[in-house]
Design a protein around this ligand. Structure first.
Ligand SMILES: Nc1ncnc2c1ncn2[C@@H]1O[C@H](COP(=O)(O)OP(=O)(O)OP(=O)(O)O)[C@@H](O)[C@H]1O
Length: 471
């Protein structure tokens, strides 16, 4: 596992990329279609896969190959090559687990930055995967802001009971770590903590995964419910559970028992149920996507987990915590944070919440040199996936502005970039940046950002008069 596999249906491109990489000292293999690609991976998984999304004369397209690789060889990082203007496909690929993407036509420097970063991240990931696994289960929850203290006081109240808890909050805000906190401080701490990824189970396999199976050939195979016996079962993102699965879970919660697939005995388990959601479940019920009865069963004690933006005071503390974590688990430099970096992080928008902060710190430490302080200029460039046009450039000077002005300037620049990435489409921008459409409209108005049609394309720009009027 030491070479780079380059998959592109255009011979010129794959040979060009291969020449560049070989000049840089990497070994390469080439494939022109999906069959050649899968054969090469089966012979030996590469250290990195560079994959064109559109493959002519192929049985699988790039996204199908990506899914297969992420399923069978999750440690192989995949860098996507997408055609110019295919930013949505590239974003979809990132969601499917691609490490990064480069847009055609690309220049050599851009290509090399992405590849070096992917190779380095993959090496560190492989080296430290065992340590990281341990870190997940022993994760320590950090904070001191008022919002954080309120959260902990709510969690402390439920640790000693057996009541069902529903944790609600945006993606990456720390719902799972809060569930683990309850478990670790309860009298079930020595029992298991089992996570059920509700969106991830294939509907036709739900019963087997949750209830287990019994057969003459293989005997009893327990499911997740049985594995969690004596401990906590954590239903992550319950709103993503298909309706059919919801009925099956509801039945178990009502009957307090179930049968394994193929079995006839009733199995009883002693479980504490904790669930999480990042959606408004009452709205999901009104839209008939979530069963009301299940909602009432799971939502006995609702606890809200605040977004990172509601607890900005915690950002320096969390950032330092992640720096020490990266040092302990990956040997990365223990770098202090400059005041400007802290100021910038505290003014940024964080749609991905604490997870985004953690990833940002990890990337800065991987890419940075030396042990000097982390500077503001190192921060946002890697948070933005786009190269060239799609890039949000924030100068260090921005971080020295008063909070309100710096945030507005950042938000204006960020939203302009996003809207233009999505071809002026406000709905798609809203869903990408994690805001309601109407809230985004209001925000744009207050920032003086307007859209208009130029040469048939919808573009966003700043209307100075609108800015003045809003002020
Ligand atoms: N208060 C905190 N202290 C330390 N680490 C935290 C804290 N909150 C979150 N994290 C870390 O941030 C990352 C995301 O947290 P977690 O997985 O708990 O979020 P989540 O809300 O369950 O996310 P999702 O909705 O995407 O499932 C994890 O690595 C977690 O350890």
């Amino acid at each position: 596992m030491s070479d780079i596999l380059i998959v592109d249906d255009e011979r010129d491109i794959r040979e060009l990329v291969s020449d560049i990489l070989e000049d840089e000292g990497y070994a390469t293999r080439l494939a022109g279609n999906s069959d050649e690609c899968m054969n090469a991976i089966n012979v030996e998984p590469p250290a990195l896969l560079i994959l064109d999304i559109w493959l002519k004369d192929s049985r699988m397209d790039g996204i199908d190959i990506l899914k297969t690789v992420k399923r069978d060889n999750p440690d192989v990082p995949v860098v996507i090559i997408s055609g110019h203007g295919n930013i949505e496909i590239a974003v979809a690929a990132i969601k499917q687990g691609a490490y990064d993407f480069i847009e055609k036509p690309f220049n050599i420097d851009q290509l090399m930055v992405v590849i070096r970063r992917a190779m380095e991240a993959s090496r560190l990931r492989r080296e430290n995967s065992a340590l990281k696994r341990r870190e997940v289960t022993t994760a320590e929850m950090i904070g001191q802001s008022a919002a954080y203290r309120t959260l902990v006081s709510h969690l402390d109240k439920v640790t000693k009971s057996n009541g069902r808890v529903m944790l609600s909050g945006p993606a990456g805000s720390g719902k799972e770590i809060a569930a683990r906190y309850i478990h670790a401080h309860s009298n079930r701490a020595s029992g298991p903590f089992v996570t059920v990824n509700c969106a991830g189970i294939e509907p036709e396999r739900v019963e087997e995964v949750l209830f287990g199976r019994e057969s003459a050939e293989r005997g009893v195979e327990s499911g997740l419910l049985e594995e969690a016996h004596g401990g906590v079962i954590y239903f992550d993102e319950v709103a993503d559970m298909p309706l059919g699965t919801q009925s099956k879970i509801l039945r178990v919660l009502v009957d307090q028992q179930f049968q394994r697939v193929g079995g006839s005995d009733k199995v009883r388990v002693d479980l504490r149920v904790i669930s999480s959601t990042n959606r408004d479940l009452e709205a999901e019920i009104r839209a008939e996507r979530f069963r009301q009865e299940l909602y009432h069963r799971l939502n006995v004690v609702p606890i809200a987990v605040p977004s990172l933006e509601e607890r900005r005071e915690d950002i320096p503390l969390l950032a330092e915590h992640f720096i020490s974590q990266c040092n302990a688990s990956q040997g990365l430099a223990l770098r202090p944070l400059s005041d400007e970096a802290v100021a910038l992080m505290q003014t940024m928008t964080w749609p991905g919440n604490v997870r985004q902060l953690k990833n940002l710190i990890e990337r800065v430490l991987i890419l940075g040199d030396g042990n000097g302080p982390i500077e503001a200029r190192e921060l946002p460039s890697d948070e933005d996936k786009g190269e060239g046009e799609g890039r949000v450039v924030l100068s260090g000077a921005l971080a020295t502005l008063p909070l309100r002005e710096a945030r507005e300037a950042f938000e204006r620049e960020y939203l302009l970039t996003q809207i233009n990435r999505f071809g002026g489409n406000i709905s798609r921008t809203a869903s990408f940046v994690g805001m309601e459409r109407s809230a985004l409209h209001r925000k744009l108005k207050s920032l003086g950002v307007v859209t208009s049609t130029k040469s048939g394309a919808r573009v966003a720009h700043v209307d100075e008069h609108a800015v003045e009027a809003a002020e």
